[in-house]
Design a protein around this ligand. Structure first.
Ligand code: UDP
Length: 238
C-alpha cells in the first residue's frame, strides 16, 4: 500500500466466462492478456493480489450432470477446468512480467503447487501473484465460495468480484429499464432480495467474517486500477 493505493492485499474472483471474450468455449488470449496487464499494474503499485479463477467456460458440474454425468464426477471435471484456466492465466501474467504461482485445492503436483495457506501468504508477501485453482477442492461448492474462503484465509482487505455488469442492480438491467445500481448494499439485503450476484454460501461466509466484497465490471478497461485506488466503482457489499 502507498499513497495512491487503498489496499495492501486483495483477492480477485474471475469467472471462467470472463476468459471467453468473443468465443463460445475456451480462453480468448486477447482477454487473458488484457486482464494480465491490469493485474501487472496492481502488482507494480505494490498491492498483493490473489486470484480465484472459475471454470464455467469449460465445464460446470451441474451442466455435466444434466447431460447424464454423475454430479460429483462432473464437479471434479469442473475443478480441473479451473486448473486449466489457472495455467492459461499464469502464462499470460508471466508474459506481462508478473511472477505467478498456481496453487490447487486438488493435488495436480506435476503442473502446479498444492494449496497450503502459509505458503500462499509467503508468495503474496514476496510480491508474487497467486492463482488459486480447483475451487474449494470439494464437490457441490462454487469458485465464488472458494474466493470468499481464500480471501478470508489469506487476510485480504477486500474481495473483488469481476462480472459483466457495473455492479448490483435492483433488477436485470438488460431486461428492465427501471433497474438501478446500488453503490452500497448489505450482505443480508443481497440474500433477502435474492440478488443474483454470488451464491449464498459465498455471501454468508463473507458476512460472518466481515469480508467486504466489491462487485465490478472487468470488461471496462482500467476498472481494477480504479478499485485499487479506492474509487467507489461498482457496488460495495459490506
Ligand atoms: N467446483 C466444485 N467445487 C468448488 C468449485 C468449483 O465442484 O469448490 C466445480 C463445479 O462443478 C463448478 C465448476 O467447478 O461448476 C466451475 O466452477 P464455477 O462454476 O464456480 O466457475 P465460474 O462460474 O466462476 O466460471
Amino acid at each position: 500500500m502507498n499513497e495512491t493505493t487503498h489496499y495492501r492485499r486483495v483477492l480477485l474472483k474471475l469467472s471462467g466466462e470472463a476468459l471467453l471474450g468473443e468465443l463460445d468455449y475456451g480462453i480468448d488470449p486477447k482477454i487473458s492478456s488484457r486482464i494480465a496487464r491490469e493485474v501487472a499494474d496492481v502488482v507494480a503499485s505494490g498491492v498483493q493480489i490473489g486470484i480465484v479463477i472459475g471454470g464455467g467456460n469449460i465445464f460446470r458440474g451441474k451442466g455435466l450432470a444434466a447431460s447424464g454425468i454423475d454430479r460429483i464426477t462432473g464437479d471434479h471435471m469442473g475443478m480441473l477446468a479451473t486448473v486449466m484456466n489457472a495455467l492459461a492465466l499464469q502464462d499470460a501474467l508471466e508474459k506481462a512480467g508478473v511472477t505467478t504461482r498456481v496453487m490447487s485445492a486438488v493435488s495436480v503436483r506435476d503442473v502446479c503447487e498444492d494449496y497450503i495457506r502459509r505458503r500462499a501468504v509467503r508468495h503474496l508477501e514476496k510480491g508474487r501473484a497467486v492463482i488459486f485453482a480447483a475451487g474449494t477442492g470439494n464437490p457441490f461448492f462454487t469458485t465464488d465460495t472458494a474466493a470468499s474462503l481464500r480471501a478470508i484465509e489469506v487476510g485480504a482487505d477486500v474481495m473483488i468480484k469481476a462480472t459483466k455488469v457495473d455492479g448490483i442492480y435492483s433488477a436485470d438491467p438488460v431486461t428492465d429499464t427501471e433497474a438501478t445500481r446500488y453503490s452500497r448494499i448489505s450482505y443480508d439485503e443481497v440474500i433477502e432480495r435474492k440478488l443474483q450476484v454470488m451464491d449464498t454460501n459465498a455471501i454468508v461466509l463473507c458476512r460472518d467474517q466481515s469480508m467486504p466484497i466489491r462487485i465490478v465490471n472487468l470488461n471496462r478497461p482500467g476498472e481494477l486500477g480504479r478499485v485499487i485506488r479506492g474509487e467507489e466503482v461498482g457496488t460495495l457489499v459490506s
